[in-house]
Design a protein around this ligand. Sequence first.
Ligand SMILES: [Zn+2]
Ligand SMILES: [Zn+2]
Length: 195
Amino acid sequence: MLIDLHCHTKVMSPCSALTPDALVRAAIARGLDGVCITEHDALWPAAEIARVADEMQFLVLRGMEVTTEVGHVLVFGMDYHDPAMAVLSELQRIVRGEGALMFLAHPSRRYGTLPPDDLSFVFDSVEVQNGTEGMLQNDNAAGLARGLRLPGIGGSDAHSVREVGICATEFSGSVTDEASFVAALRAGEYRARRV
Ligand SMILES: [Zn+2]
Ligand SMILES: [Zn+2]
């Protein structure tokens, strides 16, 4: 199953032009099997995600892209956002406490503070295919993913229709809901793809 793990909608990411309906229609046109909405520092309520999925008859999942001092972090398996997550050490504490997963997004981008040299102390893995990054940046990210606990993930980082599904993550098993999504991520049963 091919799922775009990194999408923004205008519902909670003001920088995005995408409505949830437009996101899903673009994903279907691209041949994807699902999308994961990862807003900036905000998490969709489960009931709202379920409503969109039901209306569009399509797999719609949720995560979030948390802004920290070392960069953006894609988090999956959380059911709330906490402003304290803006500090990487706090994000790590909360994510570990909840049994969720965290991936450094577009790791080649530089922010105010550099991430730790050994990413494995903090992250489960990194995003190795990001639709807004160049090949060199994604190749560099793939290098960073080696030695981490999990394979690198892929997502478009879409903020507009034409960006949806440029990159995605291919799961070898069936993903039908948030529980099976997080379980498949934790098991490493996937690979990143540029579509
Ligand atoms: Zn980002
Ligand atoms: Zn993003």
